[in-house]
Design a protein around this ligand. Structure first.
Ligand code: LMR
Length: 396
C-alpha cells in the first residue's frame, strides 16, 4: 500500500538545512532556518542553560512520565514572562498554560482545542506568514483565510489594508498575530497599531491567537510582549502559542506552551482539560528536559539575570548585524534599496529578490535562504558578509 503515497519535495525551511549540510563548498552560507548563530557561525548553548543543566543532572532522580500539563513551575514562569507580573488575567486566575512539544506543539494543540469549540472555525493569517502555520493549523481542521500584512514593494506593513480586511472578520473567527519579530518579514506592529487591532477585533467579536516564538529577540522581553499583554487586557479571550527554542536556545529540546486567557477562571480550567485531551490524542505528554531547565532558570535570580544578559547579547548582535549589513550594502553600491532591513526586528527580513535570483545564489554561490528571499540575519558574520553582498549584487 505504501506505493500509493506520492513522493513529497523537501520542507521549504527544514529542507534548506539538509541541502546546506550536503554542500561541500567551503564558502557556503546558511541564511535559512531561524536558528541563532554567533560570530563563528555556531549555535552555542547558553551559559544559563549549561548551569541549569548541571544542576538538573544532579537533582533529577527519575524518568517517570512528566505530568500531562508539564511542570507547574515552568507553566507559572511562562505565564509571568508572557503576561508580565501582576497582569489582570493572572490576578483573576483566568490564564492557564500547558507545556507542549515546542512552539509547533503549542500551535497544534491550541488549534485542536479551537476546532472543538464549534464547527467551521475560521482563522485569519497574515500574508505572508510562517510557512508552517498553514499545514499546522490547517491539519487541525481550521479553515485558513488571509489578511494583507506586508507590502513587499514598499517594505512595510500595509496597515490600512490589514485593518480594512480585519474589519470584515466575523464573530467567532480567530485572527493569528505574530507577537513580535514577524516571521518572515521582520515588520512588527507599533503599540498604536496593536491598539487599533484590538479595537477592531473587539468590535467584530473575533478572538486573537498570538504566536510568539521570538520574545526577547526584538526590542526586549517586556517590549516584545506589548501587543499580547494589551490584547489580554482588553479582549475577553486570547490564545497564545509560545516557544523556548529561540530565546533559551533550546531548539532540539522541544519546549513551548499553549496558553489560554479565558473570560473566567472556571472556563480557563475547562480549556486546560481540553488542551490536555488534544495532546493526549497526539503525543500524550511533553518532553521534560528543556522545560526543567527553563523552570530552574526562571526561579533562580542569578540564572535569570545570566539568561537575560545572554539574550540581550543575542538581540544586540542581531540589530548590530542589521545596521552593518545595510551600511555595507550601500557602500558596495546598492544605494538605499535595503535600508528597511535595519528597522525590522528579530531574525528575519526579506531581500526582496525573485525566486530565480534566490536559486542562482544557491547554485552559483552556495548561499541558502527560503524561496521567498527571507534571510536569517543571524547567519551573517564578519567572515561571510562581504561574500554575501558581492554575490547578491551579482544577481540583482
Ligand atoms: C523558521 O521559521 O525558520 C523556524 O521557525 C524553524 C522552522 O521550524 O521553520
Amino acid at each position: 500500500m505504501f506505493e500509493e503515497l506520492p513522493a513529497l519535495s523537501a520542507d521549504p525551511i527544514l529542507g534548506l538545512i539538509m541541502a546546506y549540510n550536503a554542500d561541500t563548498n567551503d564558502q557556503k552560507v546558511d541564511l535559512g532556518a531561524g536558528v541563532y548563530k554567533n560570530e563563528q557561525g555556531h549555535t552555542p548553548i547558553m551559559e544559563a542553560v549549561l548551569q541549569a543543566q548541571s544542576r538538573w543532572a544532579a537533582a533529577e532522580t527519575t524518568k517517570v512520565y512528566a505530568p500531562p500539563a508539564g511542570f507547574t513551575g515552568f507553566n507559572e514562569g511562562v505565564l509571568q514572562l508572557l503576561l508580565g507580573e501582576g497582569h489582570q488575567a493572572l490576578r483573576e486566575e483566568r490564564a492557564i498554560s500547558v507545556q507542549t512539544a515546542g512552539g509547533c506543539g503549542a500551535l497544534r494543540v491550541a488549534a485542536g482545542m479551537l476546532q472543538r469549540c464549534r464547527e467551521n472555525i475560521k482563522i485569519w493569517v497574515s500574508t505572508p506568514t510562517w510557512a508552517n502555520h498553514i499545514p499546522l493549523l490547517g491539519s487541525a481542521g481550521l479553515e485558513l483565510v488571509e489578511y494583507p500584512y506586508y507590502n513587499a514593494q514598499q517594505h512595510k506593513i500595509d496597515f490600512d489594508a490589514m485593518i480594512t480586511s480585519l474589519a470584515t472578520v466575523e464573530a467567532g473567527d480567530l485572527v493569528l498575530l505574530h507577537g513580535c519579530c514577524h516571521n518572515p518579514s521582520g515588520a512588527d506592529l507599533s503599540p498604536e497599531q496593536w491598539q487599533a487591532v484590538a479595537k477592531v477585533l473587539l468590535e467584530r467579536g473575533a478572538t486573537p491567537f498570538i504566536d510568539i516564538a521570538y520574545q526577547g529577540l526584538g526590542d526586549g522581553l517586556d517590549e516584545d510582549a506589548y501587543g499580547l499583554r494589551y490584547l489580554a487586557e482588553h479582549c475577553p479571550e486570547v490564545i497564545i502559542a509560545t516557544s523556548c527554542s529561540k530565546n533559551f536556545g533550546l531548539y532540539r529540546e522541544r519546549v513551548g506552551a499553549a496558553v489560554v486567557v479565558a473570560n473566567d477562571a472556571e472556563t480557563a480550567e475547562v480549556c486546560r482539560g481540553q488542551l490536555l485531551n488534544v495532546a493526549r490524542e497526539i503525543y500524550s505528554m511533553p518532553p521534560s528536559h528543556g522545560a526543567a531547565l527553563v523552570d530552574l532558570i526562571l526561579h533562580d535570580e542569578a540564572l535569570t539575570q545570566q539568561w537575560q544578559r545572554e539574550l540581550g547579547q543575542v538581540r544586540e548582535r542581531i540589530s548590530g548585524l542589521r545596521e552593518t549589513f545595510v551600511q555595507r550594502l550601500a557602500d558596495a553600491g546598492a544605494g538605499d534599496r535595503f535600508n528597511y532591513i535595519k528597522d525590522e526586528k528579530g531574525m528575519f527580513s526579506f531581500l526582496g529578490i525573485t525566486v530565480d535570483q534566490v536559486n542562482r545564489l544557491k547554485q552559483e554561490s552556495s548561499i541558502y535562504m527560503v524561496g521567498s528571499s527571507r534571510i536569517n540575519i543571524a547567519g551573517l558574520n564578519d567572515n561571510n558578509m562581504d561574500y554575501v553582498i558581492e554575490s547578491l549584487l551579482k544577481v540583482i
